[in-house]
Design a protein around this ligand. Structure first.
Ligand SMILES: NC(=O)c1ccc[n+]([C@@H]2O[C@H](COP(=O)([O-])OP(=O)(O)OC[C@H]3O[C@@H](n4cnc5c(N)ncnc54)[C@H](OP(=O)(O)O)[C@@H]3O)[C@@H](O)[C@H]2O)c1
Length: 346
């Protein structure tokens, strides 16, 4: 237990207030203590393009108030000019004596913050609640370290793992409460991704600012609910000349519609995270290709007891349990009568 743990936990809470609004930037919160150790300011990164957490917190103060004080922040302060000037500048300018950090910034553009602070004579304490800090910014670190879009996938099933009956009836497996919680989760990610089959079967609205539809043969009806709101990226194997002019739809045409290709195209368009909501075939394909970073698995206390009902993951036959894809349980949340199990990549 570090003496700064409790302040770092406050930073995490503040940082989370920016969820869904800071991409491609990380979630960052900041607490400032005066030289006597009293909290004198807090701040967080509210939105992409706006002030970083450190600047947000310090600008609320008179310069002298923070002199000799401690600044706690969950990510290494940046040392570069981006949309805003370097955070290291304002920390030095305000006479901060000690900086406490959870995660180091692995973004080469922003790095060097710790060294700059140390060179200015500031004590830097690193790695406070680092595991939690890295988890909080799992999307950002996946983007920066692996140069790819983060994939979260949601399933809502019966106890026997079914997402729809054999006739395709799927409304509703989980409760209102669970579905509302899933709507909240969607907003944490840059876009929702679904399939032509799910659009055709369910005609879902899927409210979100960005939606991705994989529709290789242009089977979707453009008057479907999903097309009525948000910016749509539609991946198809048809050519541009075969795609109709549609406002708010960008057709991305390619013969190669592997999921890897799609994710690369999304990354190039600065879609840094996707929330996949599809049926068993597409979810099964994401699973098979090892592309799921996080799995939100909602389970309702119902059993269909029908082998022909649709499974959450529709894949190849697997002869031995040792070939099962494994995940690590991250959390369990009761959304009575349902339960949400959240898993991460092993
Ligand atoms: N309970 C839940 O969480 C949930 C969520 C969503 C949907 N659903 C249910 O799921 C059912 C639909 O499931 P489904 O299995 O038939 O369809 P699906 O998994 O949603 O989508 C399969 C379709 O995706 C397209 N696709 C593109 N790339 C693919 C790839 N690499 N691998 C597999 N498919 C790819 C194909 O359509 P094209 O050939 O047209 O491109 C394919 O037919 C519906 O009944 C819906 O109600 C349930």
């Amino acid at each position: 237990m570090n003496e700064y743990d409790k302040y770092m936990k406050t930073c995490f809470k503040l940082a989370q207030k920016g969820t869904g609004k800071t991409s491609p930037n990380p979630l960052v919160g900041c607490v400032v203590l005066d030289s006597a150790g009293n909290i004198i300011s807090t701040g967080y990164h509210k939105k992409y393009g706006e002030n970083h957490a450190e600047r947000d917190a310090l600008l609320k103060l008179d310069k002298n108030a923070a002199k000799g004080g401690t600044l706690i922040v969950n990510l290494e302060p940046c040392n570069h000019f981006g949309k805003t000037p370097p955070c290291t500048d304002i920390i030095i300018e305000y006479g901060i004596k000690r900086v406490v950090i959870s995660s180091n910034d692995t973004n080469p553009k922003a790095a060097g913050g710790i060294k700059r602070l140390q060179d200015a004579g500031i004590e830097v304490i690193q790695g406070v609640l680092e595991k939690e800090g890295n988890k909080l910014n799992e999307v950002f670190f996946t983007n920066i370290n692996q140069k790819r879009t983060f994939v979260a996938l949601k399933t809502a099933t019966t106890i026997d793992g079914k997402i729809a009956s054999s006739t395709g009836d799927s409304k509703w497996i989980t409760s209102d409460k669970a579905r509302k919680y899933a709507y909240k989760l969607r907003k944490q990610y840059d876009a929702i991704l679904t399939s032509s089959s799910t659009v055709i079967a369910d005609n879902p609205k899927m409210f979100h600012k960005n939606k991705i539809i994989i529709d290789r043969h242009l089977r979707c009806d453009f008057s479907s609910e999903i097309f009525k709101q948000g910016e749509i990226y539609l991946f198809t194997q048809k050519t541009h000349s075969e795609c109709p002019e549609q406002p708010h739809i960008e057709f991305i045409c390619s013969k190669d519609l592997s999921l890897q290709y799609i994710l690369n195209e999304l990354y190039n368009r600065k879609i840094m995270s996707v929330f996949v909501e599809a049926g068993g075939k597409l979810s099964g394909a994401f699973l098979k290709d090892g592309l799921i970073d996080k799995l939100y698995h909602f389970t309702a206390p119902k059993i269909l007891n029908d082998n022909t009902a649709k499974s959450a993951f529709d894949g190849d036959s697997v002869s031995l349990v040792k070939f099962a894809k494994e995940f690590r349980l991250e959390s369990i949340k009761k959304l009575e009568p349902d339960v949400l199990l959240t898993y991460t990549r092993f």
